[in-house]
Design a protein around this ligand. Structure first.
Ligand code: SF4
Ligand code: SF4
Length: 204
């Protein structure tokens, strides 16, 4: 029958409309908050969600999975209040980056003229970066990782979207907080490698 699909569709909309109020009432009776809470967002995102299932962004945000990746950042360790950058300016990330949006300025020791294993400057053009994660995958020093922060809008691309070293650097603790599983795996591999190195030295 002509128009049956429209009637069915309207029925679905009305079901969600009234379901929202019913569900809100149930949560209110239980003394729980259905909006702006992690529990509420999880409930509305589940397959059993009743009524409204949309997220009230930007007041509410869906949690991102650990492997979510958006724009890389550089890592530094904090030792006795001093920032130690992990990046050695080897340039591998810049070489493997498909759209070539990383550029690094290396530096030499003014006395010896030898290269210093730390970049003088490090830039990523975040408008060109396609968040592929190659840089993080290929970095031999775990010095560059993919971020979770996706709220990066700005008004002036040249001022806000070309990230320099200062803007890219984040403490290792931040990395551990957004990617705890990866961090634990890497730290245990690092500890193992160091123990093997120490054992080799002891044999000599
Ligand atoms: S981030 Fe990693 S791959 Fe890129 S220059 Fe630094 S150490 Fe090399
Ligand atoms: S995530 Fe991909 S595109 Fe972005 S800087 Fe790294 S290698 Fe380049």
């Amino acid at each position: 029958m002509n128009g049956l699909g429209i009637i069915k569709g309207l029925g679905v909309v009305l079901g969600h409309f009234f379901g929202t109020y019913l569900e809100d009432f149930r949560w209110w009776r239980k003394g729980k908050k259905r909006y702006y809470t992690a529990e509420g967002i999880a409930s509305r995102s589940s397959k059993d969600a009743k009524g409204i299932f949309t997220v009230q962004y930007p007041e509410e945000k869906l949690p991102v999975p650990e492997e979510f990746r958006f724009i890389p950042f550089l890592l530094y360790e904090e030792k006795d209040g001093v920032k130690e950058e992990r990046c050695t300016s080897c340039g591998i990330c810049a070489k493997v980056c498909p759209p070539q949006c990383i550029w690094i300025v290396r530096t030499n020791d003014p006395t010896t003229g030898r290269p210093v294993p730390e970049p003088a400057e490090f830039y990523i053009d975040i408008d060109i970066c396609m968040s592929c994660g190659f840089c993080a995958e290929y970095c031999p020093f775990d010095a560059i990782k993919m971020d979770h922060n996706y709220e990066l809008a700005g008004y002036d691309r040249m001022k806000t979207n070309i990230y320099d070293k200062e803007k890219l650097l984040q403490p290792v603790s931040y990395y551990a907080s957004i990617r705890p599983t990866n961090y634990a795996v890497e730290e245990s591999a690092r500890a193992e490698a160091e123990a093997a190195k120490a054992a080799k030295k002891a044999v000599r």
